[in-house]
Ligand binder design. Structure first.
Ligand SMILES: NC(=O)c1ccc[n+]([C@@H]2O[C@H](COP(=O)([O-])OP(=O)(O)OC[C@H]3O[C@@H](n4cnc5c(N)ncnc54)[C@H](OP(=O)(O)O)[C@@H]3O)[C@@H](O)[C@H]2O)c1
Length: 220
């Protein structure tokens, strides 16, 4: 049985860490990897059909795409609003809709989305309200999907990182936020990989519909 992990955005950041860890099992989708824009419904449909023809249903989807930008709400123009929702929310829906039914037929599988620490809590998100609104909606989507597919043995969970520094992360914003982390440092990609490994492992098969915050205590 083909046991592929579809990793969107897997050429950089957190998703690239997953690819480095499970290299032989991973198929990467991004604009630079396969020319796939995961906010484009027809591109996702075409890529999913090709994936299913070549590999059958994936064992897992790790959906790493999710752009961030700091902008106060009333300065958020139409284009940025749509971009942040397309990147963080629509993409998750499109990828799940294209591939999860095949995973359900296989009666096993894992879906991992990424929100952001504190996205659902009762605090204003003045740094990037549109981004956090999309991330909160993504948590809701994940819970709905988790319940919908649970009878088929597919799990759906969300990791909510705090500040994860990598080559392409938002350095200036992260420098400002890092001193607020109770554990005393910004996060690294490695700080997320243990949780991802657990969700992908047999030991994680009974976890579904959950949001795991991995932020060094930032959202406390
Ligand atoms: N890093 C953090 O501090 C942090 C904190 C909280 C939450 N998160 C969330 O965690 C997830 C991973 O974050 P990250 O910082 O590791 O991501 P990242 O490095 O910023 O992005 C990963 C990749 O996504 C791809 N991508 C972007 N838009 C795409 C599109 N429309 N279609 C296909 N691919 C696209 C890009 O590759 P291409 O250019 O090749 O398309 C990019 O290399 C995101 O959802 C992010 O919001 C991150």
């Amino acid at each position: 049985m083909d046991d592929r992990i579809l990793v969107t955005g897997g050429l950089s950041g957190i998703a690239a860490g997953v690819v480095a860890r499970h290299r032989e099992r991973c198929v990467v989708w991004s604009r630079r990897a396969g020319g796939i824009d995961v906010t484009d419904p027809s591109a996702v449909r075409t890529a999913a059909e090709a994936f299913l023809r070549q590999h059958g249903a994936p064992f897992a989807i790790v959906h790493g795409v999710g752009d961030f930008e700091e902008r106060p709400l009333l300065q958020t123009d139409d284009a940025l609003w749509r971009h942040l929702f397309a990147s963080n929310l629509d993409s998750a829906f499109l990828v799940a809709r294209a591939l999860v039914p095949a995973m359900c037929e296989r009666r096993r599988g894992r879906v991992i989305f990424f929100s952001a620490a504190g996205a659902e809590d009762r605090t204003a998100k003045t740094r990037s309200p549109a981004y956090f609104a999309a991330k909160a909606a993504l948590c809701s989507l994940a819970r709905s999907l988790a319940k919908e597919v649970a009878p088929s043995g597919v799990t759906v969970n969300v990791l909510a990182p705090g500040i994860i520094v990598h080559d392409h992360s938002h350095a200036e914003s992260q420098r400002r936020m890092a001193p607020k982390v109770p554990l005393g440092r910004a996060g690294r990609v490695d700080d997320l990989l243990g949780a991802i490994d657990l969700l992908l492992a047999d030991a994680g098969a009974y976890v579904t519909g959950d949001v795991w915050t991995i932020d060094g205590g930032l959202a406390l």
